[in-house]
Design a protein around this ligand. Structure first.
Ligand code: FES
Length: 152
């Protein structure tokens, strides 16, 4: 007995066959979109390149750094003064999908307005969808001059 399927037959599709065909197609499209979107959540994005610069909290536009919770973005790096009065520097590029982060002084965290990922002052992920930590940089502070050197 021959077992073939003739797609060009004149046999009309039943309603059930049609719904199965449409359902399978929609399922495949949804699965493909999910795999594509979920792939972005691996956070495998390149951190900001190596940097070596100095900002001074006594000079514009860096005077925000005189205040606990203040921050500036320089050369793709966020430099912030934490609520504890420490200076930290991390990549300003979110590891989820490359949007620019802000420092939320009242929450003492780095935050991505795009999809609400949050990172601690050490760059560790607090809330996703980001899964990878932020690149951190070495910060050296000269209290006498106000110079803050960032490198790494
Ligand atoms: S880009 Fe999606 S959470 Fe930052």
């Amino acid at each position: 007995m021959e077992n073939t399927t003739n797609l060009s037959s004149d046999t009309p599709l039943t309603r059930i066959d049609f719904m199965r065909l449409v359902g399978t197609s929609i399922g495949l499209i949804a699965f493909t979109n999910c795999v594509s979107a979920c792939g972005k959540e691996t956070g495998d994005l390149a951190p900001a390149a190596s940097v070596d610069f100095t900002v001074n909290w006594a000079k514009s536009p860096y005077s925000n750094l005189q205040t606990k919770g203040g921050y500036v973005v320089e050369q793709g790096v966020i430099v912030a003064q934490t609520l504890a009065g420490d200076f930290v520097a991390v990549s300003a590029v979110c590891t989820h999908d490359k949007n620019t982060l802000v420092f939320q002084g009242t929450s003492n965290r780095f935050y991505c307005p795009a999809h609400q990922s949050a990172f601690s002052t050490t760059g560790a992920v607090q809330n996703g969808p980001a899964v990878n930590s932020l690149k951190t940089y070495t910060v050296t502070v000269n209290q006498a001059t106000g110079d803050i050197r960032v490198n790494g």
